[in-house]
Design a protein. Structure first.
Length: 184
């Protein structure tokens, strides 16, 4: 439920998961800002085992009161990782190989942020120090009401900590807003 202009969703609170025999969703306790994170597949799995948009986590009861037909920010809190799959090129510290994943609202387009940054770059240092890669993506929410949020596996081994939808109320903070509660 939207609270003070944002919806904060812990990764482990997903409603549905879609996986296959090679790529399983794994809950990891005591990891992340919300004390439980979700790893989407094993980091050494083959990327070919991930059919596009088929492996995903879904949160299907997100309720918003704000929507005015403009883009809204989705902030993903991910574990900073490098792609490790054997079928990806070697990720040397100066390569541009990125760890891929997707985000979407309802049946809208899939946007593809990344958890990667060049090793030893300032962004890499910051991500390692806070044990989190915070990525902002603009998505379109055209109406208030119920919405479906999706995180789609791109590279196996991506670790999701939490998701925040910002409707103009998100305040700057180290760990983002606490999880919003369901209003009954």
């Amino acid at each position: 439920m939207e609270d003070n202009g944002c919806v904060s969703i812990p990764a482990a609170g997903f409603h549905r998961k879609f996986e296959n025999e090679q790529v399983k969703m794994t809950l990891i306790e005591n990891l992340g800002y919300e004390k439980e994170a979700v790893m989407m597949g094993h980091p050494l799995s083959n990327c070919a085992a991930v059919p596009e948009a088929a492996i995903r986590l879904v949160w299907n009861t997100i309720f918003t009161v704000s929507a005015d037909g403009i883009g809204r920010r989705m902030t993903t809190y991910m574990l900073p990782t490098f792609p490790l799959s054997a079928d990806r090129p070697f990720a040397h510290e100066t390569s541009s190989t990125e760890t891929k994943y997707g985000v979407a609202i309802d049946e809208g387009p899939v946007m593809n942020p990344t958890t990667s940054s060049f090793e030893y770059a300032q962004a890499w240092y910051e991500n390692v120090l806070k044990n989190c890669a915070v990525k902002k993506t603009t998505l379109h929410i055209d109406r208030p009401g119920r919405h479906t949020v999706k995180i789609i596996c791109g590279d196996p081994g991506v670790v999701v900590q939490k998701i925040v939808l910002d409707f103009g109320g998100m305040k700057r903070s180290y760990a983002g807003p606490p999880p919003t509660e369901v209003s009954r």
